[in-house]
Design a protein. Structure first.
Length: 128
């Protein structure tokens, strides 16, 4: 596979001709994270971890009209996910969110990873 970049024809370019060619010999493995690598939906687990179970359940009760609308295909999954994220994380700083996600990845995520998934990831890394 040859990767070629030519930015000279783009309107936002400074009109300097740029072209690079590089042979790329890497494989790409795609995984659906939730259900393939992990045993559960990690978004729900992150919310539960960061906000606590009482706030988690209260939030989803309040968000249930959106969830029902999604179930009946009146709202897209993306729109409802944005509503969920806004409800639970609006007003939280990026640094605080990142800190809690890092803590989640260290304390909770290892328990959610399917045993064979991590082994397969390591095998694929060695292969490519």
């Amino acid at each position: 596979m040859v990767l070629a970049l030519d930015h000279a024809d783009h309107y936002f370019c400074s009109r300097i001709y740029i072209q690079k060619e590089k042979v790329v010999k890497k494989g790409i493995a795609f995984f659906d994270f939730d259900g393939t690598i992990t045993k559960k939906d990690t978004l729900l687990e992150i919310i539960k971890f960061q906000k606590g179970e009482p706030a988690f359940y209260k939030g989803f009760i309040l968000l249930s009209p959106y969830l029902a609308a999604m179930k009946f295909k009146l709202l897209s999954n993306q729109v409802v996910k944005e509503k969920v994220l806004h409800y639970f994380f609006n007003g939280m700083s990026v640094d605080e969110f990142q800190e809690k996600c890092t803590e989640f990845s260290e304390k909770i995520l290892p328990q959610l990873i399917r045993p064979g998934a991590l082994e397969m990831i390591h095998e694929l890394r060695q292969k490519f």
